[in-house]
Each structure stands twice: as structure tokens, then as C-alpha cells.
Design a protein around this ligand. Structure first.
Ligand SMILES: Cc1ncc(C[n+]2csc(CCOP(=O)(O)OP(=O)(O)O)c2C)c(N)n1
Ligand SMILES: [Mg+2]
Length: 559
């Protein structure tokens, strides 16, 4: 039976398995531990491109961003020990963001196992809490089976990362085995009884609120859901860094239920009688540290729809728990007509959203809120905005209008350094779309070396580095807790425009609001990876307040 199968080495079997699963890009930093895989991918370059990166942190963010953007597992290759530890950041992001990923790690040969051989780590223990499944492929002929399971597991239910360790002997050995066809995306669907219960609960509501978030969405589903929400005049908010699940220009969109939430919106969520949560986990950032929704039994009638059965009842005991994929759920509700009395409330909430997102004057020469507003109007509707973590992102969350599915790439685990590599991955995955990265000065230098990867592969996009000379977020908390006792939060920065030029990119420096538009146009026309350093006043610490105001308030309260 097996005679017509070609004998291949483990690396080739693995590369062919990836192509059979539909992988188009793989990100990584090479290691001698997985040379046969590089050899296997050598023959597949027209189907599966290996993107060689400069640090595994950047590579793992790229794989995560690819998974988030496409819904297909982002593939990452890292070497043993040091590669595996560097690469952990993107895996943690993938876990908290419910992003499908398949991560391959080199491993010492089985004959040296458990001796603490060179760079040896047991990945089942190291990654045990950070992945949906961690395994090691000890037999060459089982590679297709493990890879198929890894892809199925990564996308099923609540998507997430899967880790496969590759002992050297598995990769160098040979076998004659068949490839496995492309994986299924296995998702649950609601029952008719659950949908009639949902209808009953929503029909009896006076002040319902819909909250969207989490992973496992697709464009068609978000568009169908938007139609349903608009037809039923429901108010809708999005969870932390999931603002692109609903067109922010819609009259039904009432805001971002995340960090720095509009207090009026927070009150609305608290006061809702029925809370329909679709896809969001209701995590700490989304619930304002578990204050908007009481643990474990909410005051609101909670209808919780989630792709992962284990998420339902994990923190909150819902009135109605529905384990369903997003597409399956939306298909089941799209014909429901509710006709409730809440239209005026939705209009009022929308008015409050518009007031809240109007930029306010801030100290200094750059009105950063206006810059974000300009970008929101200027960039094409389908632009992918990749952002990192830090207070600078607060202006983006507040003043940018996301216009459709997967126009936002952010890290819900608040992981710094995400924006730049995420933008590189986005440009490689969708070269026709405009990509824009927003980084902080601290945030950017965590992974900014990936501008070398952007230059190497022609991933041309504009990145803004918001420079306040601070790890501003931490400085803000420091001034609140220990006013005036500044320590460990100040930064001496390089010339970011010169940094871009050193990598063959284009650099701009902006110190006044009026100069931003022309700098952006030059950067965008340069045909190179471009960085615009925007210098903002360090006192302008959030879209709403200043560092000095926080310090004074804290000093007063401690007197
Ligand atoms: C990888 C990582 N390290 C540390 C932190 C803690 N942290 C959160 S925000 C922040 C400062 C961000 O600085 P910057 O990018 O300059 O943005 P700013 O707050 O100044 O706008 C730090 C250190 C984190 N979230 N992620
Ligand atoms: Mg900063």
C-alpha cells in the first residue's frame, strides 16, 4: 500500500504538512535545531514563504497578527531554549486574544532528553499555561497527524495557540507517509430552544446592551450582525481592543468598553437590564476591573455567547449561556425581530459617544487627538491600524473610527512592542491594503528592529512613534501612588527618523500639529518603511488629563 509514497525526511514532511493545511506564511528566526524544516520549505517557496525575522519576540507577534487578521493559524518557528523563551510574548498575546497559532520549537534529540542538554526545556511544562495544547512529535511518521491536530485545535471553539516541539532526530529521520487534507474549523451552534429563550429575554428588556469582543469572527458575520443590530435599534459597544467588530460610524455604535471608558457608557453597561455579550470573555479590561458586571452573579440579565464552552460560567454565571461560533450564532438570530422601546436610548448613547470622542486641547505644540482625527478621516476605510501598548494608544482608542472588520490589530494582553511587527505581518499578508502602525517611544524600541524585516521584504507602511520621553503609563501610575518620586520611568531616546533611515527607510520628525499631514503624505509616498516621530508634551499623559494634575491631586490627598 505504502509503496507509491515517496520517502521524505521529517523536515520535508513537516513543510508539506503546513502547505497541505493551507499555511501561506511562516515567521521565525532560524536555529540549527530545525535545519531540515528550512530544507523542506526551500522547495515550497511559491506556496509557503518563510519570513526570517530579527528577534523571536517580533516573529511571534507577526505570527499572532497573521492569525488575528486572517483567522487561519499564524505559523511560527523558533529554536530551542533561547528562541523558545524569546518567542513566548506573542504566544501569550495569542492566548489572551483567542488567536489561532501553531508554534514549532526545535528540541534536543531524544537520545539526550532530560539531561538538561544544550538549550533543553520541557515545553509541555514551560508553555503549559499559555497554550491550548503542547506536544512533542517523537516519531517522524506521525508528523502529519500532529500537524493536522494542531491546526484543528488552534481554530476550534475558542481559538488559541498550539505548541509542537520537534526533536532533532524526528526531523532528520525519514518516512514514507501521506499528507493529511486541510483542517476543518469546528464550532458549536446554538439550539432552537436557546434562541427562543434569548428572544424572550430580549423582548422583555427595556434597556438592553450588546457587547462584542473576542476571537473567531469573520467579515461576513460582523456585517450580518451589524444589519441585525441596526434593524433592531440596539446600542452596541465593543470590548477592549475589539473596536473593529462594528463600524464605528453606525448610529448604533456607542463606544469602546475598555480602558479609560466613557463614564456615561460605563453607567449604561451597569444599568442595562439585559446584557447580550457576543464573543467577549468579559475580562478585567472590559469590565473595568470587574466593576461593570458583578462576580459571579451579575445584576443584569446576562446572555453570554462564547465559542469556548469552558468560558461560560468561568467568572460569570449567565442567565443564558450559549456555546456557539460567531457565524453560527449570527445565522441563528439574524431573522429575529424584537421591536423594543429602546430606540431613543440608543440615540442618546450615540450622542454621548460623539461628545466623548471629540478631541480636547492638550499642552504642547502637537494636538495629538487632532492628528488621530486627521488619520481617521484620511486613511482608506480598510486600512489596517496596528497599535502597541502604552498611554499613547488611549488617543487611538478614543478618537479613531474603525470602519470594518480587521482594521484593528492590537494586543488585549497590553503587551508592548506589538504594533510594529503586527503591521509588518499585516502588510505581508495583505499587500494591497494600507497599513499603519502606532507606537510609543518605549513600545517601539521593544521590537523596532523588525524594520529590518520590513525593508528586507518590501513591507512598506507608515509607523508613527509617539515620543514623550517616558514610559508614560508607568509614570502616570507612579505620580498617582508616589507623587514627585520619579524613578525608572524616564527615557533618553534616539533620533527615530535617523533610525528609520539607517535601515533604508524614510524618516520624519513632527513637532507641530500643522506639520503632520505633509509629513504623512511624504512618508506614505516614499515607497519605503517609514517612521514619523511625533514629539508630544510629556505632561499630556492621557486624552483627558495631565501628569501635573495627577501629581497635584495625589499630593493633596496625601496631605
Ligand atoms: C512587554 C511589556 N513590558 C512592560 C509593560 C508595562 N508597561 C505598560 S505601558 C508601559 C509604558 C509604555 O511606554 P510608551 O510606549 O513610551 O508609551 P506611553 O505610555 O509613554 O504613551 C510599560 C512599561 C508592558 N505592558 N508590556
Ligand atoms: Mg512614551
Amino acid at each position: 500500500m505504502k509503496s507509491d509514497l515517496k520517502t521524505r525526511h521529517g523536515g520535508k514532511i513537516l513543510a508539506d504538512a503546513l502547505a497541505a493545511q493551507g499555511a501561506r506564511l511562516a515567521f521565525g528566526v532560524p536555529g540549527e535545531s530545525y535545519l531540515p524544516v528550512l530544507d523542506g520549505m526551500h522547495d515550497l517557496q511559491d506556496k509557503l514563504r518563510f519570513i526570517v525575522c530579527r528577534q523571536e519576540g517580533g516573529a511571534s507577534y507577526m505570527a499572532e497578527a497573521y492569525g488575528k487578521l486572517t483567522g487561519e493559524p499564524g505559523v511560527l518557528f523558533v529554536t530551542r531554549g533561547p528562541g523558545a523563551t524569546n518567542g513566548a510574548i506573542g504566544v501569550h498575546t495569542g492566548l489572551q486574544d483567542s488567536t489561532p497559532m501553531v508554534v514549532f520549537i526545535g528540541q534536543v534529540p531524544n537520545e539526550f532528553a532530560e539531561r538538561e542538554a544544550f538549550q533543553e526545556i520541557d515545553y509541555r511544562r514551560m508553555y503549559g499555561q499559555m497554550a491550548k495544547w503542547v506536544a512533542q512529535i517523537d516519531r517522524v511518521e506521525r508528523i502529519p497527524e500532529y500537524v493536522s491536530r494542531a491546526f484543528h485545535t488552534a481554530v476550534a471553539g475558542r481559538p488559541g495557540p498550539v505548541i509542537l516541539a520537534l526533536p532533532e532526530d524526528t526531523l532528520f529521520s525519514e518516512a514514507a507517509v501521506a499528507d493529511v487534507p486541510r483542517h476543518h474549523t469546528v464550532r458549536a451552534a446554538p439550539s432552537p430552544a436557546q434562541i427562543s429563550e434569548l428572544k424572550k429575554l430580549l423582548e422583555s428588556a427595556n434597556a438592553p446592551f450588546v457587547l462584542l469582543g473576542g476571537g473567531g469572527w469573520d467579515r461576513n458575520t460582523t456585517q450580518k450582525l451589524q444589519k441585525w443590530i441596526e434593524a433592531n435599534a440596539l446600542p452596541v459597544g465593543t470590548s477592549f481592543r475589539c473596536q473593529d467588530l462594528f463600524d464605528n460610524r453606525s448610529e448604533n455604535y456607542v463606544g469602546d468598553v475598555g480602558i479609560g471608558i466613557n463614564p456615561k457608557l460605563a453607567q449604561r453597561v451597569k444599568d442595562a437590564d439585559v446584557l447580550l455579550v457576543i464573543g467577549a470573555r468579559l475580562g478585567e479590561m472590559t469590565t473595568s476591573a470587574y466593576t461593570l458586571v458583578d462576580v459571579p452573579v451579575p445584576r443584569q440579565t446576562l446572555i453570554h455567547v462564547h465559542g469556548g464552552a469552558e468560558e461560560l460560567g468561568r467568572v460569570y454565571r449567565p442567565t443564558l449561556a450559549i456555546n456557539s461560533g460567531m457565524a453560527q450564532f449570527v445565522e441563528a438570530i439574524e431573522k429575529l425581530s424584537l421591536g423594543g422601546p429602546w430606540k431613543a436610548t440608543t440615540q442618546q448613547a450615540r450622542k454621548e459617544f460623539l461628545e466623548w470622542t471629540e478631541p480636547r486641547p492638550m499642552p504642547g505644540q502637537v494636538q495629538y487627538g487632532e492628528v488621530i482625527g486627521w488619520l481617521s478621516d484620511r486613511l482608506p476605510d480598510d486600512t489596517i491600524i496596528a497599535g502597541g501598548a502604552g498611554n499613547f494608544a488611549g488617543w487611538l482608542h478614543r478618537h479613531f473610527r474603525y470602519k470594518g472588520f480587521r482594521t484593528q490589530l492590537g494586543s488585549t494582553n497590553g503587551s508592548m512592542g506589538y504594533g510594529y511587527p503586527a503591521a509588518v505581518a499585516a502588510k505581508l499578508a495583505e499587500p494591497k491594503r494600507t497599513v499603519f502602525a502606532l507606537c510609543g517611544d518605549g513600545d517601539f524600541l521593544m521590537t523596532g528592529q523588525e524594520i529590518a524585516t520590513a525593508a528586507q521584504y518590501g513591507a512598506n507602511f507608515v509607523a508613527v512613534v509617539v515620543n514623550n520621553g517616558l514610559y508614560g503609563t508607568i509614570r502616570m501610575h507612579q505620580e498617582r501612588e508616589y507623587p514627585g518620586r520619579v524613578y525608572g520611568t524616564e527615557l533618553r531616546n534616539p533620533d527615530f527618523a535617523a533610525y528609520a533611515r539607517a535601515f533604508g527607510g524614510h524618516g520624519e520628525t513632527v513637532e507641530r500639529t500643522a506639520d503632520f499631514a505633509s509629513a504623512y503624505e511624504r512618508a506614505s509616498a516614499s515607497g519605503k518603511p517609514a517612521i514619523i516621530e511625533v514629539k508630544i508634551d510629556p505632561d499630556a499623559i492621557t486624552p483627558a488629563t495631565t501628569l501635573s494634575a495627577i501629581r497635584e491631586k495625589s499630593l493633596k490627598s496625601k496631605q
